[in-house]
Write a protein that binds this ligand. Structure first.
Ligand code: GLN
Length: 290
């Protein structure tokens, strides 16, 4: 059987319910052939289908995410390693990187960046790509995640500007000696404990990166009140939120003395809050004293 025939069969076997079925089998076939998806489509469709595809495809059929099967994914144009120890970076989270770009447009770019719950390192490494003069610190409470993030810093050529540390914002003194940051990023867990997630997420991705109490707000309640201490003067925090958490997380921010501005993802859903010290908001914008 040719590669082209096997792809058609395999996509059909995943059924119409698999929205990314055709894409998934192309990615796995390219992986089995040791080429890119473009290389596959341009050069290999009439080759004999490789035996190595079958094992990869069996895992996909059993419900495993393609990113874990391949051990890699793409975020903000970066090729990142992923393992089941880390959440698979979502395109939705690129909203935070775009918002960071906008937040520093026309003023001095951030020099110190903190990523809280860095996981694969995706947000931190994207920010370091965006701001070539910046240094970054990524923290996580999972050692295994930090190993993935460190590997990704090397893989993307950013290791000289990225540091990682084991830390848990639930623990008193977790940020001792960190200093302050011009940009703080966070994609904390925010899913309600009893939410009905797709099996591909629920059965494979790390629960600690997803679930945050009955309303999915537990991580915000602990982390957001600590942001004023972490932010340098005129610093900005960008925090990912669930699409229905805008009001609740804005209220948590307001109680912490932070203003919050909403950013939507490409589908138009609320996806990130840009937070600043409320006292700083009018800096340079108010009427002059003179
Ligand atoms: N957006 C992710 C999902 O819906 C959740 C990510 C998170 O909790 N930080 O699966």
């Amino acid at each position: 059987m040719t590669v082209g025939e096997r792809l058609r069969e395999a996509a059909a076997a995943l059924g119409p319910g698999a929205s990314t079925g055709r894409l998934d089998v192309e990615l796995l076939m390219a992986h089995a052939l040791g080429t890119s998806r473009t290389g596959l489509l341009l050069r290999h469709m009439r080759d004999e289908a490789p035996a190595g595809f079958e094992q990869l495809f069996a895992r996909r059929r059993a419900g495993e995410p393609v990113a874990y099967i391949m051990g890699r994914t793409e975020f903000w144009g970066l090729d990142l390693a992923v393992s089941p120890a880390v959440l698979i970076p979502r395109a939705d989270s690129e909203t935070l990187v775009e918002a960071a770009r906008a937040a520093f447009a026309g003023r001095a770019p951030p020099r110190r960046v903190l990523d809280c719950g860095t996981g694969s390192g995706a947000l931190l490494l994207a920010a370091l790509t965006l701001f070539p003069g910046a240094e970054g610190l990524g923290i996580d409470r999972s050692d295994e995640a930090l190993a993935v993030a460190q590997a990704n810093a090397g893989r993307t050529g950013l290791a000289a500007r990225a540091r990682f540390a084991l830390a848990d914002w639930d623990a008193p003194g977790w940020d001792e000696g960190f200093g302050t940051f011009d940009l703080v990023l966070a994609n904390p867990p925010y899913v309600e404990d009893d939410a009905e997630l797709e099996a591909v997420v629920r059965d494979h991705e790390p629960p600690g990166a997803l679930f945050a109490g009955p309303e999915g707000l537990d991580a915000y309640r602990v982390l957001v009140p600590q942001l004023p201490r972490l932010l340098a003067p005129e610093g900005v925090a960008l925090v990912e939120i669930g699409s229905r958490q805008d009001g609740a997380v804005s209220a948590i921010a307001a109680a912490a003395g932070l203003s919050a501005r909403l950013h939507r993802d490409l589908a138009g859903r609320p996806r990130a809050l840009e937070m600043r010290d409320s006292g700083n908001i009018s800096l340079g914008k108010g009427p002059s004293d003179h």
